[in-house]
Design a protein around this ligand. Structure first.
Ligand code: GLU
Length: 309
């Protein structure tokens, strides 16, 4: 089969592999430290039958912060903008994803945006459902529909490992509970949050999720609406302004693709009206972004003129 991206992808992945040596896998969640730092993989989905992939693209990894995009979409579908943005703001922070400092200095106390941990915890506390099991089932259904993969599930070991070590996220949650931003039981919320972060995908799944977001929230192959177009637009805007932690500004300049990364080394990219991109590269830079993954996106954006700006 003639493949538009095939040879290019191979040479780009080979080119960026060297950068993996400059990064480190996340170890503050013990289970994530088992990843192979030398891994780099990419899939591109353009709405046809196959994904164009290179590297170990069947390797499973957990969504981590990429899940924040999906819970935001679900919370907006559950409650609408007014309620969601009464609990969380719309501004980038310039601080690390797990920082507590602006929660205290901001008056009224409300997390600045849904892509940092505090904001994501506030959003997760809004998901509708009678129990965590019911809420997770709804979230999993959304992820399965957006990726067209019914096999997607939660990696229970990663979830447990994070739940046991999530002291900072507990602190953020207790602070927000004190200030009325969340009302749920903190351990219940942490149980949900750590499981949402531990949803396990591969690069192809991510590429299809990116494609769905790039195409007004439509199912990647059957084209029916999974997420309302307005919510897909809003989510992509957050990906541009806050998706790459406190490197989002530089990333917008260097790459210019709406994207969200996670500390597992995953990155989802959504080029509006065009392709979806899924990347895996667990060696991270000091801000928590996949070091080779960022370079790879830069090469792709330049080669195929993918910047939205
Ligand atoms: N589960 C991780 C945490 O809350 C997600 C962080 C991330 O991927 O940025 O710390």
């Amino acid at each position: 089969m003639v493949c538009r991206y095939g040879d290019d992808l191979r040479s780009m992945v080979n080119q960026v592999k060297q950068y993996t040596k400059e990064g480190n896998v996340a170890n503050y969640i013990p289970a994530l430290s088992l990843a192979d730092p030398a891994d780099v993989a990419v899939s591109i989905y353009d709405g046809k039958d196959t994904c164009f992939s290179e590297g170990n693209h069947y390797q499973l990894f957990t969504l981590q912060s990429i899940s924040k995009v999906l819970t935001l979409a679900l919370a907006l579908m559950d409650h609408g903008r007014e309620i969601v943005f009464s609990k969380v703001g719309m501004e980038p922070t310039g601080d690390p994803f797990n920082s507590i400092s602006k929660l205290e200095s901001n008056i009224p106390s409300k997390p600045l945006n849904p892509m940092i941990n505090a904001g994501a915890l506030a959003v997760s506390s809004l998901i509708k459902g009678n129990s965590n099991e019911g809420k997770l089932k709804r979230l999993l259904n959304l992820v399965r529909e957006l990726s067209g993969n019914n096999q997607i599930n939660i990696n229970k070991e990663v979830a447990k490992s994070e739940f046991e070590s999530a002291n900072l996220n507990r602190a953020l949650s207790y602070f927000m509970k004190q200030h009325g931003i969340i009302t749920s039981d903190v351990d219940e919320l942490l149980d949900f949050y750590t499981k949402q972060c531990a949803i396990e995908v591969n690069c192809e799944d991510l590429a299809k999720i990116g494609y769905a977001l790039a195409h007004q929230g439509e199912h990647p192959s059957d084209k029916y609406s999974v997420i309302p177009a307005e919510i897909a637009r809003l989510v992509k805007t957050f990906m541009v302004t806050c998706g790459m932690y406190n490197a989002s500004g530089e990333f917008a300049i260097r790459v210019g693709i709406p994207a969200k990364s996670g500390v597992s080394g995953g990155i989802v990219g959504a080029v509006p009206g065009s392709i979806g991109i899924g990347i895996y590269g667990p060696a991270l830079d000091e801000k928590g972004n996949s070091i080779a993954g960022m370079k790879l996106l830069e090469l792709l954006a330049s080669r195929y003129h993918l910047s939205i700006f």
